[in-house]
Write a protein that binds this ligand. Structure first.
Ligand SMILES: [Zn+2]
Length: 199
């Protein structure tokens, strides 16, 4: 059952797909194989042939203007970025619309009900799994609070943003873009086509 799992060449240093050893479908050993000549090698089950595509992870974040006109940031109580500042956000659940995830995460992470006003931008980085969709939002209710993933939440003047203590490159870039006035319309959620709708 031993598989030859040396770290492969020709993959990006942050591609962690070689750390997966067993097939999630049948438990058989995975091996790296070229599924298509033009694509990177992928983990493939040697027993059932399942191709284990390691997909990007979609995250949402919201830059929230509070009722006092300040920006809401939270300080992380978890790695990565423990102790650093970020705007509220998190991973989108499979099947969850982006805008619903953004509103849910804001409520969970800082206790605020928000209205999404615009799309600031979408951020992705070579070799990094997350793709981060960042919205501009306005607080419309709730009370500033934290859950177990934050050390504190604060409303800050834009001049008081702790630029040297931000958690991620996307935090820095999105706050810059936001303060530069970058706004895009939020794409309307397309209804499911009739032949795709649940019966
Ligand atoms: Zn399998």
């Amino acid at each position: 059952m031993a598989t030859n799992y040396t770290v492969p060449q020709m993959v990006h240093p942050h591609d962690d797909s070689h750390t997966y050893r067993f097939c999630p479908r049948c438990g058989g050993p995975l091996d790296r194989r070229a599924v298509k000549a033009t694509e990177p090698e992928r983990p493939v089950c040697t027993r059932c042939g399942f191709v284990f595509y390691i997909d990007p992870k979609i995250a949402v974040g919201t830059i929230i203007r509070s009722e006092s006109g300040r920006l809401v940031l939270v300080r992380r109580a978890i790695e990565p970025g423990y102790g650093k500042w970020v705007f509220p956000g998190g991973y989108v659940d499979r099947g969850e619309p982006l805008t619903s995830a953004a509103i849910r995460e804001a409520r969970e992470e800082c206790g605020l009900d928000i209205r999404l006003d615009a799309l600031v931008n979408i951020y992705s980085y070579p070799g990094r799994a997350p793709v981060i969709v960042v919205y501009a939002a306005t607080a419309i209710g709730g009370t500033l609070a934290v859950d177990d993933e934050q050390l504190e939440a604060a409303e800050l003047e834009s001049s008081a943003i702790p630029w040297d203590e931000l958690a991620f490159p996307s935090t820095h870039e999105a706050l810059r873009d936001y303060l530069d006035g970058q706004r895009h319309p939020i794409p309307a959620a397309a209804p499911l086509a009739p032949w795709r709708a649940k019966r």
